[in-house]
Write a protein that binds this ligand. Structure first.
Ligand SMILES: NC(=O)c1ccc[n+]([C@@H]2O[C@H](COP(=O)([O-])OP(=O)(O)OC[C@H]3O[C@@H](n4cnc5c(N)ncnc54)[C@H](OP(=O)(O)O)[C@@H]3O)[C@@H](O)[C@H]2O)c1
Length: 463
């Protein structure tokens, strides 16, 4: 068919080609759009790696680029442990089942590790480390992130840290440093790769060692990406320092730690976080986002396209052969990084300061948790005591308690329902019994009141 059209155009002139007028008008536009789309889709990873038997931890694996990476790793036969914010979310169960079915790989699990709470991160890491022999670990991929749309008030994590800084930097720092023993203990021939998602917005980030929590600075409500960028910049500097510390670690067997930590900038993608930021988290914004979707489609990558640089970082054979701490973009190592990436003193100071901040935050949160626990524990104990009092199987401690239990039993058995007072004695006298059967509940209770007291005191005297 195209050959026919070409020969017609060649020998009979272009005007004899059907629809030539349309082709002439729209073909250049279609070609231009196609070229733009092709250019912005970015580079494609060409490396492959067999991942059967390999174990990966993945944050942010339930959405966007992380979900794509989870799928790819599972397809290649790896065991993937998704670190999710809550295990009570029914959607997570569906997501895991769906992924297992699609990839025909049942080795997909989810573990709770809410990056909104340093305690939750610690709980997960402790559980992971508490195993003998140490668990296999071939890599940690950190994709989870929080991007707050503009116009919102400052939001906090459970530990009181600005949310973007808390989730994107502090929690990932905490997770990776706590997992340090697990990373360092892997056999030296194991190619362990840690990959952290970063972003171009790190270019507008700032490092203020005296105010890492952004407490003394005003919250840039209309430019929250400044804090987002800062969180990614801090993460990058942490990666450099952590790589250095892991490489310098002296193993007992004298071998080198084969762990590399790299940063990946996937480029801007059409993922839920981008949608939320572009729509400013509002309904009318979402409407506008949908209307402008052709533009996003043309210029922004899909999650699959954004994942390509992650695959490069995870599969390319060059990675374990070179020192880590690289900035990977478009399936290439980008040497043009911010000057702070070469400031080793700054990185060291940042690493140590962050460690101290996390320690203090954890202590404060533990105190809050304990005070909340003791209040709720008191309530629970009171409830337990009341239940015990009403429980017929528990031996009564006083004669009053015995009477009350027996009367409860009588009422339950229907003997004098609602007419038997709590203080009726165990063996009522003839008169008392008559009183109960002849009078109503109110008179019954008043008639038996005094005698029961007498009976109780009799029993006490006997004792
Ligand atoms: N999108 C872009 O254009 C772009 C550009 C450059 C860099 N990046 C980076 O690429 C990574 C992935 O971005 P994305 O757009 O694909 O993200 P996304 O679709 O918005 O997904 C974010 C993920 O993080 C998880 N997450 C958020 N808060 C969490 C918490 N407290 N505990 C545990 N998990 C939590 C989410 O879990 P839930 O499913 O439970 O919400 C979700 O799986 C991010 O690090 C981002 O900074 C993105």
């Amino acid at each position: 068919m195209p050959v026919d059209i070409l020969t017609t155009a060649l020998f009979e002139g272009t005007d004899s080609v059907p629809g030539w007028e349309y082709i002439k008008t729209y073909a250049p536009l279609a070609l231009a759009l196609g070229s733009i789309k092709y250019y912005f889709r970015g580079a494609t990873n060409t490396w492959e790696r067999d991942l059967h038997g390999k174990v990966y931890l993945l944050t942010g694996g339930t959405s966007g680029v992380g979900a794509h990476i989870a799928y790819e790793l599972a397809m290649k036969g790896a065991q993937v442990i998704l670190l999710v914010r809550s295990m009570e979310d029914i959607w997570v169960v569906d997501f895991v089942n769906d992924l297992r079915e699609k990839t025909n790989n049942i080795l997909i699990y989810a573990e709770e590790c809410d990056l909104n709470s340093l305690y939750s991160v610690r709980k997960f890491a402790t559980k992971w480390l508490d195993n003998q022999p140490p668990r296999r670990l071939d890599g940690v991929i950190c994709c989870a992130a929080e991007a707050i749309p503009s116009g919102r008030q400052r939001q906090f994590t459970i530990d009181g840290v600005e949310k973007q800084l808390g989730i994107n930097y502090f929690s990932h720092y905490h997770l990776l440093t706590l997992l340090g023993p697990s990373l360092r203990v892997q056999p030296p021939d194991r190619d362990v790769r840690v990959v952290l998602a970063t972003c171009t917005s790190q270019a507008i980030g700032t490092v203020d060692l005296d105010d890492l929590l952004w407490k003394s600075k005003t919250y840039p409500k209309n430019q929250p990406w400044k804090i987002y960028g800062t969180s990614k910049l801090l993460l990058g500097l942490f990666a450099r320092e952590y790589q250095k510390r892991i490489s310098e670690y002296e193993r007992k067997d004298g071998m080198k730690c084969n762990v590399t930590i790299n940063l990946v900038n996937p480029g801007i993608m059409r993922t839920p976080s981008t949608r939320r930021v572009l729509s400013m988290g509002t309904l009318w914004g979402l409407f506008l986002y949908l209307i402008l979707y052709p533009i996003w489609y043309l210029f922004l990558k899909s999650a699959r396209q954004g994942a390509q640089s992650f695959y490069f970082a995870l599969f390319a054979p060059i990675i374990p052969k070179i020192e880590g701490g690289n900035y990977i973009q478009e399936c290439k190592i980008n040497p043009k990084v911010r000057k702070e990436y070469n400031d080793f003193e700054l990185q060291k100071e940042l690493f140590d300061k962050t460690e101290k901040i996390i320690e203090e935050l954890e202590k404060k949160s533990a105190l809050v948790r304990n005070s909340q626990k003791s209040a709720s524990e008191k309530k629970r104990e009171k409830r337990k005591e009341n239940k015990k009092k009403a429980d017929l199987a528990v031996q009564p401690k006083s004669s009053e308690e015995l009477d009350s239990k027996l009367n409860k039993l009588r009422n339950e058995l229907g003997i004098g329902i609602n007419r038997v007072p709590d203080n009726l004695p165990l063996f009522p006298s003839e008169n008392e019994r008559k009183n109960i059967s002849s009078s109503g509940s109110s008179s019954g209770s008043s008639a038996t009141g005094s005698t029961s007291k007498a009976q109780s005191s009799k029993r006490k005297n006997k004792k």
